[in-house]
Design a protein around this ligand. Structure first.
Ligand SMILES: [Zn+2]
Length: 382
């Protein structure tokens, strides 16, 4: 590649327009190149956040995602194409292949896995191996990534990431988008509120819309992911003082944008202290892993939540949310039914779902626990 900026060393020339900015320059660019970021979730938010950070020259990106690329992802998940969807390539792998063509000078480690209480702290550490294979517990570095970017689609994982980041004092850039509105917050452990200061408990499974049930506006995701990338870059450059200290709501479809001040939002008071960042009880991190078991002879997977929901599920509400996606019925004891044919497995069996009031679920038509957990995240937000 020809160096079109002769006064810069070859490895920095590509970043010339960025290095003209205040806070960057040669020193800032080299700092970015020495930093690592963990991106959890490589859907629409994760694709763009990862691409922007890769193009900016962040030295090491670790990308965690459990899902495979599907045709319905292509409307907004900018790192994937029709070939990836036809092949059913894991998102973390497809993203890494694409990002490697965008910037071959940085390290990218794809992790095709669920983020769980058992692996989150290990995945937050910077590993020496380029292979992408992380053996839990083996040769763990003492160094954590400098920032975590939360691009997940479910509350269980968000609270888990919040616990891990607060525990290890790693800044976290959170964003959530669904329908035509999104929300963004930068969590700097110790310096401001954490997720649980604002939202003490996760909503009950099936009570909140997800992108798969309510849809999502593609450009909105781009806005939220771009803002996440900016916040992450501030952290990586050591300019945390510039980070947003508000909860930002973005609603471009109705031209609604709002900054909610968080000056007094950290729950430090004796009457109702935050269990996570004040009392330092990491309930989601200490929970047992959500248990999955392949049910013998039935070609189905049972998922038992590791952290029981605060309320029993409203089964009729769950059935109502699932109705556009399949034929489901609610009885007093469970909801069950089958998804329409877009949700097919490799053997063309329809995916069936049975869910109980305590959020235990049986996903039929697959023996793959990751597929089963993905179905629950997409349709029930758990
Ligand atoms: Zn807190």
């Amino acid at each position: 590649m020809a160096n079109s900026v002769p006064h810069l060393p070859d490895e920095l020339a590509r970043y010339h327009r960025q290095m003209l900015l205040p806070d960057f320059g040669v020193a800032g660019q080299r700092k970015l190149g020495a930093r690592a970021a963990l991106i959890v979730g490589c859907g629409a938010l994760g694709c763009l956040a990862a691409e922007l950070l890769a193009r900016a020259g962040v030295g090491h990106l670790i990308i965690v995602d459990r899902d495979l690329v599907e045709l319905t992802n292509l409307q907004r998940q900018t790192l994937f194409d029709e070939h990836d969807a036809a092949e059913g390539t894991p998102k973390a792998i497809a993203a890494t292949q694409r990002l490697g063509r965008i910037n071959s000078a940085i390290r990218i480690t794809p992790i095709v896995a669920d983020l769980t209480p058992g692996n989150v702290e290990s995945l937050m550490r910077v590993h020496g191996s380029d292979s992408g294979v992380i053996e839990l517990g083996a040769r763990e570095s003492a160094r954590f990534v400098e920032v975590v970017v939360d691009c997940t689609d479910n509350f269980q994982t968000r609270y888990l990431i919040n616990d891990a980041c607060v525990k290890h004092h790693v800044p976290l850039v959170y964003a959530g988008v669904v329908g035509v509105s999104g929300m963004l917050m930068t969590i700097r452990p110790g310096a401001g509120p954490c997720l649980r200061c604002l939202f003490p408990e996760a909503p009950a499974p099936g009570t909140t819309p997800t992108c798969d049930t309510a849809g999502v506006l593609g450009p909105l995701v781009g806005m939220a992911a771009s803002m996440q990338a900016v916040e992450a870059m501030k952290v990586l450059l050591g300019r945390e003082d510039l980070c947003s200290t508000t909860l930002t709501e973005i609603g471009p479809w109705h031209n609604r944008f709002r900054e909610i001040a968080l000056d007094n939002a950290r729950r430090v008071g004796d009457d109702d202290p935050c269990p996570c960042c004040v009392r330092r009880r990491f309930e989601h991190l200490d929970a047992v892993n959500p248990e999955s078991a392949t049910l013998c002879g039935t070609r189905s997977v049972q998922i038992t939540p590791g952290h029981s929901p605060a309320h029993r599920l409203d089964l009729s509400e769950v059935a109502r949310r699932l109705a556009p996606h399949g034929a489901f019925v609610a009885t007093p004891h469970l909801v069950r039914g089958a998804f329409f044919r877009e949700q097919e497995t490799e053997s063309n069996n329809p995916i069936t779902l049975t869910i109980f009031p305590d959020a235990r679920a049986i996903v039929g038509g697959t023996t793959d626990a990751a597929v089963a957990r993905s179905i629950l995240a997409r349709y029930l937000g758990v």
